[in-house]
Design a protein around this ligand. Structure first.
Ligand SMILES: *[C@@H]1O[C@H](CO)[C@@H](O)[C@H](O)[C@H]1NC(C)=O
Ligand SMILES: *[C@@H]1O[C@H](CO)[C@@H](O)[C@H](O)[C@H]1NC(C)=O
Ligand SMILES: *[C@@H]1O[C@H](CO)[C@@H](O)[C@H](O)[C@H]1NC(C)=O
Ligand SMILES: *[C@@H]1O[C@H](CO)[C@@H](O)[C@H](O)[C@H]1NC(C)=O
Length: 383
């Protein structure tokens, strides 16, 4: 199977080689089929594709009292309720799976088993990003990723090649989504970026930079060049994209004062300040997520939206004017983690109505009890 795909890719490569400075090595072509042993993620026969995003689950709070474990029981109930009624094609866990500050060295990643249990039971493919609470004295992103890969057969979470992502930021990768499982090329790429944050092991006293590392910018340029060479340019092939990163890009902070509750509906209860967006925990880090943000918007074509969690009191979507790209917050899903009166817990649903990237996406917030709100269509006219 790998050999067949490689030779198909090599054939099409000849046609597009002129556009590249150097030929793409065979090994890189194989890397364009990153899941040879897993089912392909595909659109439904009717051309739709539904993603449900769980964010900020914050498992493992206060294991020493009754309150903490009850929050995880509530979060697991929410996951099972939502999965059975929404029946998504793919699930994203968009960071802060675990409140790492409260974990113990000897069993911290066993919380991953609890988190993925509802997904394993429902046999729904999924993948994760990781957040600032997932890097703490007794836990790290890489430990959570390895555990998830081991205990969840339908986990599509991967790690970036070595040297990409910076220390404590290994969770950067992409997943191809095909219109039909037999297609040669994907029609949608889901991108996942590791915005790091939190603290280094083992003492947990050194802060980890809270932005997507510079090395990811070059990786985005390289990966999109490989995709274009093997599959044809995204624009010509109608290949769409959607990106997930736990901490919102810094530029989102500047937009909050311009929100209009008609165009940008949803809870807007978290005022963005220090620590709310990338590269803001420490004033000296201002601008450090720019290389990532520039590369994402320059090289990833047909990017429908960028989706983040982290700020539990926000649910809105908005168009970011400098890059002309749509940004959306998730919905705080976990019963752990900070909350406010009336915020509730739920998910963001995202529905592609067609594999054609010129068609917009429908997205809305769904609360555990089934209430829906903040429904918008993300298309060229969305503001
Ligand atoms: C990390 O785990 C060890 C061993 O269980 C525990 O003694 C320690 O308090 C934990 N550290 C933190 C910061 O929670
Ligand atoms: C981890 O171990 C601690 C201390 O022994 C215990 O209180 C806690 O419930 C355990 N957590 C998990 C997730 O197994
Ligand atoms: C992509 O489309 C553009 C505009 O239609 C065209 O000029 C270009 O030759 C196409 N490239 C390939 C590789 O098909
Ligand atoms: C908010 O957006 C709506 C819909 O686009 C528009 O009609 C309204 O004028 C806007 N309000 C403000 C204060 O800009």
């Amino acid at each position: 199977m790998r050999v067949l795909i490689a030779s198909l890719l090599a054939t099409t490569l000849i046609a597009s080689l002129e556009s590249l400075a150097a030929p793409v090595p065979q090994q890189q072509l194989l890397a364009l089929d990153p899941y040879p042993n897993k089912p392909r993620i595909t659109f439904r026969p009717d051309g739709t594709f539904k993603i449900t995003v769980f964010s900020d689950l914050h498992y493992g709070e206060n294991p020493w009292d009754d309150w903490g474990p009850i929050q995880d029981i509530n979060s697991a109930r929410l996951m099972r309720t939502v999965l059975s009624s929404e029946n998504p094609d793919f699930v994203v866990l968009n960071g802060d799976l675990i409140t790492g500050e409260n974990t113990f060295r000897e069993n911290s990643t066993s919380l991953i088993d609890e988190i993925v249990a509802p997904l394993n039971e429902a046999k729904i493919p999924f993948s994760s990003t990781h957040g600032n609470h997932d890097n703490q004295a007794n836990i790290s992103h890489i430990e959570e990723i390895y555990r998830e890969q081991r205990v969840a057969p339908l986990s599509y979470t991967r790690t970036a090649p070595s040297g990409i992502g910076g220390q404590n930021g290994p969770g950067t990768y992409w997943i191809p989504v095909y219109t039909r499982a037999s297609d040669r090329t994907p029609s949608l790429i889901l991108w996942f970026f590791d915005s790091r944050g939190g603290f280094f092991e083992p003492t947990g006293s050194e802060p980890v930079p809270d932005w997507v590392d510079d090395t990811v910018a070059g990786w985005i340029r390289q990966q999109t060049a490989f995709m274009n060479a093997a599959w044809g340019p995204a624009e010509n092939m109608s290949r769409g994209a959607l990106a997930f990163v736990h901490i919102p890009p810094h530029v989102i902070q500047n937009i909050q004062p311009t929100l209009n509750s008609t165009r940008n509906p949803g809870l807007n209860a978290d005022e963005l300040g220090a620590g709310s967006t990338q590269a803001t925990s420490d004033p000296s880090s201002a601008g450090k997520d720019q290389a990532f943000w520039d590369a994402l918007n320059r090289h990833v074509k047909n990017l429908h939206a960028v989706i983040s969690g982290h700020d539990h009191g926000n649910e809105w979507c908005v168009r970011e004017p400098t890059k002309n790209v749509i940004f959306c917050f998730d919905k705080h899903s976990g019963y752990g983690g900070y909350s406010g009166t009336g915020w509730g817990h739920g998910v963001r649903n995202i529905v592609f109505t067609s594999p054609d990237p010129k068609e917009g996406l429908d997205t809305w917030i769904r609360l555990e009890d089934g209430e829906t709100r903040a429904r918008v269509k993300l298309d060229a006219s969305y503001q």
